[in-house]
Ligand binder design. Structure first.
Ligand code: F6P
Length: 367
């Protein structure tokens, strides 16, 4: 096997805290342990299509560990297999993946490291099918990748959401209000579930457990009856009422996953106010969950993922994704990693624990 000399790396999809920790881990381990150089591509796959690069050596990644975002920039629109082009006012899509192959050749890259969620890793897998050696690193605040126990970025988003609940708690108590906190997570309820559990949410509404408005109303009335004059509700952006649909905030036509969820919290507040005397207020946490400095957990997990990816690349491994299983960092086939997303199991221990401390999920029978 020829020695691996040069890697490419990009950060694709929605950003999250910890991306810079991964880049630092990857570049430093590649340099110090393996004498492998790294080329960074700007703005996700856009940099590969348009040949926009950044020099990445250990000096370039020095001091970035606590920084949120990504020094490379990212994009959740660029997909080399579906590049949007307007023809006579109509949006059409072109396959420009051959240009990616030419860019990889031009820089003499032995392997491409794709740091991304399911969308970017799926593109990485398609590039692997075209003959490029790829290593994936699982990123997303949504924590919805099936082939790893945890994605980096989730812990920071969870901490932000949990702190927001703590703050809503005190003002909800003072004003005897119903506070609804809408959090991100796309089609999975991990942020809502775990923030709700750690921040003492009274009602948690998830995409995986369709809710009944009547059930939420009954839970609030029951609390009032027991002298609790306020209620905290955490709702995932992908949650939906029984028989209803997810609420779509906008459709971004030129994005591979064009649907942007958002607005279910406002819808729920209107429905609740029809049945209650109490005021209902909504906070949409939005991109605050994606910003800021990573938690210590995400810095460490990101560093471990980056270093492991460098070791795998130097050992000639390809078409795998690094993964956390239990306490061990390992790797799984990239093709397996993008088969399905990981969602909350309504029958799982963590949901049952929440129910045991009195949390309602909106699926309970109301009188
Ligand atoms: O996948 C990460 C995520 O933040 C989701 O939780 C959310 O639905 C989506 O990205 C928002 O995307 P955008 O940054 O395009 O609004």
């Amino acid at each position: 096997m020829a020695r691996v000399k040069r890697l490419g790396v990009l950060t694709g999809g929605g950003d999250c805290p910890g991306l810079n920790a991964v880049l630092r881990g990857l570049v430093k381990a590649a340099d110090f342990d393996h004498d492998v150089s790294v080329v960074g591509f700007q703005d996700g796959f856009a940099g590969l299509i348009m040949d926009r690069t950044v020099r990445l050596d250990s000096d370039a990644v020095s001091g970035i560990l606590p920084r949120g975002g990504t020094i490379l920039g990212s994009s959740n629109k660029a997909n080399p297999f579906r590049v949007p082009v307007r023809v006579n006012g109509q949006m059409t899509f072109e396959d420009r993946s051959d240009e990616v192959l030419r860019t990889i050749d031009r820089y003499g890259l032995d392997l491409l490291v794709v740091i991304g969620g399911d969308g970017s890793l799926t593109i990485g897998n398609q590039l692997a099918e075209k003959g490029i050696a790829v290593i994936g690193i699982p990123k997303t605040i949504d924590n919805d990748l099936a082939a790893t126990d945890v994605t980096f970025g989730f812990d920071t988003a969870l901490t932000t959401a949990s702190e927001a609940l703590d703050k809503l708690h005190t003002t909800a108590q003072s004003h005897h209000r119903i506070m609804v906190l809408e959090v991100m997570g796309r089609y999975a309820g991990w942020i809502a579930l775990e923030a709700g559990l750690s921040g003492g949410g009274d009602i948690i509404l998830l995409p995986e457990i369709p809710f009944k408005v009547d059930s939420a109303v009954a839970a609030i009335k029951d609390r009032t009856f027991r002298g609790r004059r306020y209620t905290l509700i955490v709702i995932a952006e992908g949650a939906k009422a029984e028989g209803g649909e997810m609420v779509v905030a906008k459709v971004v036509e030129d994005s591979p996953d064009s649907v942007r969820l958002g607005g279910i919290g406002g819808w729920l507040a209107c429905e609740l106010e029809k049945h209650l005397e109490t005021e209902v207020r909504v906070t949409v946490l939005g991109h605050l969950q994606r910003g800021g400095s990573p938690t210590a957990f995400d810095r460490i997990l990101g560093t471990r993922y980056g270093v492991h990816a460098a070791h795998l690349a130097a050992a000639g491994k390809k078409n795998v994704m690094v993964s956390l299983r239990g306490t061990e960092i390992t790797e799984v086939p990239l093709a397996d990693a993008v088969k399905e997303i990981r969602r909350v199991d309504p029958g799982s221990e963590i949901v049952s624990v929440a129910r045991s401390v009195g949390t309602r999920f909106g699926d309970e029978q109301s009188e």
